[in-house]
Design a binder for this molecule. Structure first.
Ligand code: B12
Length: 256
């Protein structure tokens, strides 16, 4: 399906109506030309996950289908004052309360796209190995912000304190980005010095150090009351590291 009737504006507007703090559209062709696509197949996060074929981008049972032409990507603001949005528990649907909200938004948007616009769509899972997309690259290409020196999406409105979600669509839509936002130029990069593991020691993000910090946080999970996580029962909760994210000076003080 070709883009007609200003679908882009309608779709972005609907995402915001359903609670997205920011939203935009990128082309999957552009996403396939992005740095993450190039790198990831060779170095997936879950190394143990099986490949489906000799194509190193395809994981067991999951591949990006050719019918999918565009990705709708949206952000949910995660202010420092609401840390719980980010906490992980196996008992929470979507694993974090923030992801729980975004999963519901995704389902509603997918149904709406089909029913109202006749666009077949796929709600993307979080992990790449389960068929997910590179959400930071998608968001950059859709103009939500840029990938900063902290290796995270930095947005003009919320800085880097956002979480992302995506939907693949069987419609060739006009990308809404990228934007010319350039916040890291001239910045002293407090994100690099804030890291408790010195994960930016080479000048760029090194996953191995960041992973070590978050693995240790998994080892130190604590039992928390269900009411804190928005569920009935108590569960073990892991609090992921946010130092590089919270140190970013962009849009400090932004609220929901
Ligand atoms: C696996 C994963 C992790 C792993 C591995 C991280 C890694 N980067 O390798 C661990 C557990 C360590 C981790 C840590 C964190 N994560 Co994480 N993680 C993911 C996940 C599931 C996949 C990321 C991935 O592997 N990408 C592919 C690899 C190859 O890319 P990369 O190393 O990040 O770097 C690429 C890009 O930066 C890109 N790039 C760089 N410059 C440019 C410029 C342009 C123009 C473009 C297009 C691309 C581009 O190229 C690089 C590769 O060469 C995503 C969700 C998703 N589906 O996208 C969330 C995600 C990226 N994580 C997120 C967050 C918030 C975090 C943490 C702050 C922890 C937390 N509180 O949740 C830290 C921050 C680490 C950091 N500074 O990057 C958010 C990011 C939000 C944002 N504002 O950007 C995401 C999108 C999840 C979400 N809920 O929204 N994460």
């Amino acid at each position: 399906m070709k883009s007609e009737n200003n679908f882009e504006k309608t779709i972005v507007g609907k995402a915001k109506e359903l609670g997205a703090s920011l939203a935009g559209i990128a082309s999957i062709k552009d996403l396939k030309a992005s740095p993450s696509y190039e790198v990831y197949g060779k170095k997936p996060f879950y190394e143990e996950y099986e490949r489906d074929s000799s194509d190193y981008h395809e994981f067991k049972g999951y591949k990006w289908r050719d019918e999918h032409k565009s990705v709708l990507v949206w952000a949910l603001s995660h202010p420092e004052s609401e840390p719980v949005l980010d906490w992980w528990s196996l008992k929470v649907k979507g694993f974090t309360p923030g992801n729980g909200v975004m999963r519901m938004q995704s389902k509603r948007l997918r149904i709406w796209l089909g029913e109202e616009l006749g666009i077949k769509a796929l709600s993307l899972p979080y992990q790449i190995e389960y068929g997910g997309a590179f959400l930071k690259d998608s968001a950059h290409l859709a103009g939500l912000g840029v990938i900063g020196k902290n290796n995270l999406l930095v947005t003009p409105e919320f800085g880097t304190r956002v979480r992302l979600r995506g939907i693949f669509m069987e419609a060739e839509l006009k990308p809404t980005g990228p934007s010319g936002f350039d916040p890291c130029n001239g910045c002293k990069m407090p994100c690099h010095t804030a890291c408790p593991r010195n994960a930016f020691r080479s000048g760029a993000f090194e996953r191995v150090y960041c992973k070590a910090e978050n693995d240790e946080r998994y080892d130190n999970e604590e039992m928390l009351d269900g009411s804190i996580m928005g569920i009935e029962e108590a569960s073990m909760v892991m609090k992921p590291c946010r130092f590089c994210e919270l140190a970013c000076p962009v849009a400090q003080g932004a609220s929901l």
